[in-house]
Design a protein around this ligand. Structure first.
Ligand SMILES: *Cc1c(COP(=O)(O)O)cnc(C)c1O
Ligand code: SF4
Length: 367
């Protein structure tokens, strides 16, 4: 059997993957040898956790510091909170506002909105900044999709809709088709984006039928940003799913989260970005791990992302591999990039520094 045939078989499996979702201690033990610590946290467990059997199978059975395992298995540190902000999502998504928007619409910009259509995910990431909603479920929102679609139809200044969640690609095919169709009927919508970890945690979801729904030429294109945080997540199955998406006209980018102990060292950070390109995924953002409650243990100093781009990527490897490091705030995403380039400036010239600490000069041109 060729690799392609066996993948065609796997592709019929996505619903089974959800039915067999790994979210009990017993099921988890089929994949890893739990430490006493992990077991006691799971027994006291008050949080939603779990992932697909496919993603669970990537965990190292014996190493509790495995980068996949740390994203999947709850830790005691989640109960600690020194730096996280209370009511984080209300602040972050500007929910406390006068605009009277439906719960499904988060807005920080004039021309684009985030449209939350579900709170189910293919992995309940331990570092999720939407934890209050998606993982711990103590923020109650009303996912009335019709209301959201109506709001968008009444806002002609919105040209770009980012469909998010939870994970929108976990919705049934008909729902996805309906959302796309309704948005494409609105003459002011120029592009549709999906935010989805499905290509990484459930690549089997990219089926022939989903390709028909997302695919084909249309003047309102579909872009997809996934979230891959560690090179171990980039398997042959993922590469195939991404190829399938691209072959039907969907652009695939990555929005990684900078996670302490998972991807915050130079080697891993570089390998992640090189391997993304090898998998045909274009690095788009690296997010500073947000100030949501209970995720202090994943958070680095604010400068770390810029340092990693300086030391691991810029000049050191393919320019396409370089994402923008941003911190997402209530007033939008703010870039935090290295700033070593201009070392001096006078009336005559700029002195510029490269990644090897070499200097060069270019003329300073007046206005
Ligand atoms: C991230 C986000 C967007 C999209 O931002 P881009 O920088 O255009 O990718 C839009 N709206 C909200 C509320 C967001 O959080
Ligand atoms: S897939 Fe996204 S929304 Fe879902 S838990 Fe992970 S980070 Fe949060």
């Amino acid at each position: 059997m060729s690799a392609k045939d066996s993948l065609a078989e796997i592709k019929e499996e996505w619903q089974t993957q959800l039915i067999d979702f790994v979210n009990t201690t017993e099921k988890l033990e089929e994949y890893i040898n739990l430490t006493d610590e992990e077991r006691s946290v799971l027994q006291a467990n008050k949080t939603t956790w779990g992932t697909t059997p496919y993603f669970a199978s990537l965990m190292d059975p014996d190493n509790p510091n495995c980068p996949i395992r740390k994203q999947v298995v709850p830790s005691r540190q989640e109960q600690e909170n020194t730096y996280g902000m209370d009511n984080y999502l209300v602040w972050k998504e500007n929910r406390d506002n006068d605009e009277n928007r439906p719960d499904t619409i988060a807005r920080q910009y004039k021309d684009r909105v985030a449209f939350t259509v579900t709170q189910n995910c293919g992995i309940y990431c331990r570092h999720c900044f939407r934890k209050e909603l998606v993982v711990d479920g103590n923020l109650e929102l009303d996912f009335n999709v019709e209301e959201g679609l109506y709001w968008i139809s009444q806002h002609p200044e919105v040209r770009d809709v980012l469909i998010t969640g939870g994970d929108p690609l976990l919705l049934p095919d008909e729902h996805i088709a309906y959302l796309i169709e309704r948005l494409r009927e609105m003459s002011h919508i120029e592009m549709i984006r999906f935010g989805s970890r499905v290509p990484i945690v459930l690549p089997q979801r990219i089926t022939e039928n989903l390709k028909k729904i997302l695919g084909g030429y249309h003047n309102v294109p579909i872009w997809l940003n996934t979230q891959c945080n560690h090179p171990k997540e980039l398997t042959h199955e993922v590469a195939w799913a991404v190829f399938e998406l691209m072959s039907c006209g969907v652009n695939v980018g990555n929005q990684a989260v900078l996670l302490k102990g998972i991807n915050d060292d130079v080697e891993t950070f570089r390998e992640l970005h090189q391997k993304l390109l090898k998998t045909r995924i274009r690095p788009y953002y690296v997010f500073y791990c947000e100030a949501a409650p209970g995720i202090d243990h994943f958070r680095t100093p604010v400068e770390k992302g810029a340092e990693l781009i300086r030391d691991a990527l810029r000049g050191h490897t393919t320019g396409l591999a370089q994402p923008m490091h941003v911190v997402a705030t209530n007033i939008g995403k703010i870039p935090l990039m290295p700033d070593y380039y201009i070392t001096e400036k006078d009336e005559k010239e700029y002195t510029l520094r490269n990644h090897k600490d070499e200097m060069t000069k270019i003329p300073n041109v007046p206005e």
